[in-house]
Design a protein around this ligand. Structure first.
Ligand SMILES: [Zn+2]
Length: 380
């Protein structure tokens, strides 16, 4: 298979770095007797020509992580950083008592911190050695990887997913993020932490590149990855003296658009209720605004008890609106044929229209306007 960008799937790259004779596995130190087994690799780092993502093109062997155990949690500075990080994340999203999944939890140190903060923590970890360490901490850690379609019995059951120092090892970051989004409830949140590419570049750190880091994420690449996978970015920071890029996201599978549909569904009822109430009080109602927003709103509501429609634009005068078929009049009609109530649909000019109504048309009646799915009265 032709190699492709791990984020945008483009197939054209530029080679940026070449380190011959790199260690195949930086985790592995040899006994003298095993030195003959040391087989270095040529490390080549590429950059996607389309999105700029920096990555290796090769894959790791399937069993790479089975015996993997890399942890810095015995270092005091790291432990303090993690404590602070866990607390900020839990506090910000009120995750106390909530279900949190940690992907690739290593020796379970961070999961333990989340647990101490009151979260119900579950995790996965492909390394058997690391899983053993988790079990000894009393954590519920399962085997395997997070990917689209994996862990299907846990689908949609978590309030948050955490993945620290994981994504740079993941062959298919989009697939991983799909797996994360599947684990989450609607509007669930995530914390992803990766080594910062910016830090490597700023400090000429050639030693940050090695075979098991398949991707080198800049904040731009993380942003791209999140938006591709329907995560809204809540926070994006360089942390731990700039060593890591940390990103917080919220799953955004169009909840915003869902609420727009609800608003559209509500407007017809709100409009009818408003007009019925005005009619009952013997009031005549005009609408101000035959622009796009007004025309669209009027197409969704019952306008039979509207007295008339006005708009300042002389080009529109005398013409009829589509669907609602109201004829557009000049606002001067307010003087010859007064109404008691005006609904403004031209929201961008609301303040100006209110001023004109009072100053130029001496209007003393009720003014209402469109807001989301409601008709709101300005005065009574
Ligand atoms: Zn790309």
């Amino acid at each position: 298979m032709k190699p492709f960008c791990r984020i945008c799937e483009n197939e054209i790259f530029e080679q940026r770095l070449y380190f011959p004779k790199s260690p195949r596995n930086i985790e592995r130190l040899f006994n003298r007797d095993f030195l003959a087994q040391d087989t270095p690799v040529n490390l080549k780092v590429f950059q996607c020509k389309k999105c700029g993502h920096v990555q290796l093109l090769n894959q790791l062997q399937d069993d790479y992580y089975e015996e993997y155990l890399m942890t810095h949690s015995h270092v005091k500075k790291m432990l303090n950083f993690q404590k602070n990080q866990a607390k900020q994340f839990v506090d910000f999203f009120s995750l106390g008592g909530k279900r949190v999944f940690e992907a690739g939890c290593g020796d379970g140190q961070f999961s333990l911190l989340l647990k101490e903060l009151g979260c119900q923590v579950f995790s996965n970890e492909p390394s058997a050695v690391a899983r053993k360490a988790c079990r000894e901490k009393g954590l519920e850690t399962i085997d395997g990887y997070v990917s689209a379609g994996s862990l299907s019995d846990l689908k949609g059951t978590f309030d948050a997913v955490v993945a620290r120092q994981v994504l740079e090892h993941v062959p298919l970051p989009n697939d991983f993020m799909q797996g994360v989004s599947e684990l989450l409830k609607p509007a669930g949140v995530c914390l992803i932490e990766v080594p910062s590419l910016e830090q490597s570049i700023e400090q000429n750190r050639f030693f940050d590149f090695f075979p098991d880091h398949l991707s080198y994420f800049s904040s731009g690449a993380l942003t791209h990855l999140f938006s591709r996978n329907c995560f809204e970015i809540v926070r994006l920071n360089r942390v731990m003296d700039g060593e890591y890029n940390e990103i917080w996201g919220r799953l955004e599978k169009n909840p915003g658009l869902m609420s727009l549909q609800e608003a559209a569904d509500r407007i017809s009822l709100s409009f009818r209720t408003f007009l019925d109430q005005e009619t009952k009080l013997g009031r005549r109602v005009a609408i101000w605004g035959a622009g796009a927003k007004g025309v669209l709103t009027l197409s969704m509501v019952d306008v039979h008890s509207v007295a008339y429609l006005i708009d300042l634009d002389p080009v529109k005068e005398g013409r009829f609106t589509p669907v609602s078929h109201l004829q557009v009049s000049n606002p001067r009609r307010l003087l010859s044929e007064p109404v008691d109530t005006i609904i403004i649909t031209a929201m961008a000019y609301k303040d100006e229209i209110i001023r004109d109504l009072k100053d130029e048309y001496s209007f003393k009646g009720k003014i209402a306007f469109l807001s989301g799915g409601e008709i709101i009265s300005l005065n009574e």
